[in-house]
Design a protein around this ligand. Structure first.
Ligand SMILES: *[C@@H]1O[C@H](CO)[C@@H](O)[C@H](O)[C@H]1NC(C)=O
Ligand SMILES: *[C@@H]1O[C@H](CO)[C@@H](O)[C@H](O)[C@H]1NC(C)=O
Ligand SMILES: *[C@@H]1O[C@H](CO)[C@@H](O)[C@H](O)[C@H]1NC(C)=O
Ligand SMILES: *[C@@H]1O[C@H](CO)[C@@H](O)[C@H](O)[C@H]1NC(C)=O
Length: 499
């Protein structure tokens, strides 16, 4: 008899633990969907049915007219912000109340990842790391890396030529990944990435291992980091493995040694890291590794995903592609049959097309912040219900960038690819379009990323017409296990040489 009581008691206890927070938002009169025990409102993403981005988009739509929605990520209360005015306050104006990203990484377990500005809490260490990295991506620095991007592009064009002599079909992300990684290899490590030289380039294998692709445990770790960030300390989760960190450092120190022995000065990323090492602020090998890992992650992964969706959109919208090609060819001729840093910056249709692709395909989907100082918000925008909220320190915040960028109130027919909408930036409400975030945590590599994507696309379209491979099925299915936008089965395109 007693064991029935024991089981009942444990079930009651488990149920209590799984639901104990669930009156959090009700207590504060914040509207929101009813949560399920343990999984909260993101159940379908736990079982791999839908990505968190899709779930958030759905909740966002359902609560139209509310400035914010209270949801539960597993059992953690999270505030989903809908009102662009509130968004502005969180990420720009009242930044000091929300200065940290909602990601926990234990410094003792994973020092390299913990040392990136993305993870560092908004204190002096973060400021230093951030300003050190920002200095590497000023317009002048990006311009100095332009010739490297040109070289990779030319290499890519030759690679495509070889590949399509066998079959026109290619996978967009694979192609773009080779290209961006080839740039990053040279820009960040001063090595030849050789990403177009072999089917499985060794540098790409290293980079993919760094990002944890194709590893079951990495996927699980990424999911935990995303769904239950506070538990990463408990599970001692390590994103950047020791041997990978060591390899990054080896690349850097090899380059330093080579330069010192040969008296080479290039004023690039590697030289800059060396200057920091001998500068007044303590700068360890660990710091150098950490800075370089940011370059590798964003310059390769985020950039290649953005570019692959861009290329795919162009393949699927042939009229836009033709119009863009005209702009490219005109600029090419006007510049003595060449592309320059300035001429590429000047292409306004290219800029609008890239914006439109980033709007429609939000790679990150959300900005995740955590409240660091108590904050009270009352909406002033008449479009939103007049309900106030006081956010307590420690509360997780989600700014649903992907959902906002496909909100028909801000972008008419949001599922259509219409670059023209960006010709009238005044019509686009502020803080409803933020592919790089905004405010003090704005993406550091923004201008590098945009430039490398544009250079690659310009060379590609000059030489090849792109179409969607017949095997592609719409609507696209997104990988629910991965934090960034990722299409299951890839994005298959066909390339055709322009004679
Ligand atoms: C909600 O309010 C009730 C009554 O004041 C309180 O007992 C409970 O602890 C609160 N729950 C949360 C999660 O804040
Ligand atoms: C591709 O274009 C077709 C027709 O224009 C459209 O129905 C489809 O949604 C587009 N796919 C993507 C991923 O944009
Ligand atoms: C145009 O390019 C050619 C060959 O690359 C070069 O010799 C010439 O000086 C260039 N002219 C101008 C105006 O830049
Ligand atoms: C593209 O978006 C950026 C914001 O990321 C904006 O500053 C720029 O004006 C936009 N340009 C065009 C042509 O759409």
């Amino acid at each position: 008899m007693w064991w029935i009581i024991l089981i009942t008691l444990s079930l009651v206890l488990i149920h209590y633990l799984m639901t104990k927070n669930f009156d959090y938002w009700r207590n504060r009169s914040v509207p929101g969907p009813h949560p399920w025990p343990l999984v909260g409102n993101i159940g379908p993403s736990f079982i791999g049915r839908r990505s968190t981005g899709e779930i958030i988009k759905e909740i966002y739509r359902k609560y139209e007219g509310f400035p914010f929605v209270g949801i539960f990520r597993a059992t953690t209360p999270v505030l989903l912000v809908r009102d662009p005015d509130f968004v502005k306050k969180i990420i720009v104006r009242d930044f000091k109340h929300f200065q940290d990203n909602d990601v926990e990484v234990d410094k003792d377990v994973d020092p390299v990842y913990a040392g990136t500005p993305f993870i560092l809490k908004g204190g002096s260490e973060w400021k230093t790391a951030r300003s050190q990295l920002s200095a590497c991506f000023t317009p002048g620095k990006v311009q100095s890396m332009f010739p490297i991007m040109q070289k990779s592009s030319e290499r890519m064009v030759r690679y495509i030529g070889n590949e399509i002599s066998i079959s026109p079909q290619m996978e967009s992300w694979d192609l773009c990944g080779r290209y961006t990684l080839n740039n990053v290899a040279t820009c960040a490590f001063d090595i030849e990435g050789k990403c177009f030289d072999e089917p499985h380039p060794s540098f790409k294998q290293f980079a993919d291992e760094f990002l944890g692709y194709d590893h079951f445990w990495s996927t699980i770790k990424n999911s935990i980091l995303l769904l239950i960030p506070s538990s990463t300390n408990f599970f001692k989760i390590k994103i950047i493995q020791d041997q990978i960190a060591q390899k990054i450092l080896d690349y850097i120190t090899t380059a330093w040694k080579h330069r010192k022995e040969n008296g080479v000065v290039m004023n690039d990323f590697i030289d800059y890291l060396y200057t920091l090492k001998s500068g007044p602020i303590p700068f360890t090998d660990l710091d150098a590794t950490s800075r370089a890992s940011v370059f590798l992650e964003d310059g390769y992964d985020t950039s290649s995903r953005t570019m692959s969706f861009f290329l795919f959109e162009l393949a699927n919208n042939t009229i836009v592609q033709e119009t863009l090609r005209q702009e490219i060819m005109e600029s090419y001729r006007e510049n003595n049959n060449s592309f320059t840093y300035e001429s590429i910056l000047k292409m306004s249709y290219l800029e609008a097309c890239l914006n439109e692709s980033m709007r429609k395909n939000s790679i990150n989907g959300q900005l995740r912040r955590v409240c660091t100082e108590k904050y009270t918000y009352t909406p002033t925008n008449p479009e939103f219900a007049k309900i106030s909220i006081t956010v307590e320190p420690g509360t997780s915040i989600i700014v649903p960038v992907g959902a906002m960028q496909s909100d028909p109130n801000y972008f008419e027919s949001p599922d259509e690819f219409k670059p023209e909408r960006f010709f009238d930036m005044d019509k686009i409400p502020k803080y409803s379009f933020m592919p790089f975030g905004e405010g003090p945590r704005l993406c550091i590599g923004k201008s590098f990323g945009k430039m490398q994507i544009k250079v690659g696309i310009v060379h590609l379209l000059k030489n090849y017409r792109v179409t969607v491979n017949q095997k592609m099925q719409f609507p696209l299915k997104y990988n629910p296990w991965y934090g960034l936008l990722d299409v299951i089965g890839g994005m298959q395109i066909d390339l055709h040489k322009i004679e």
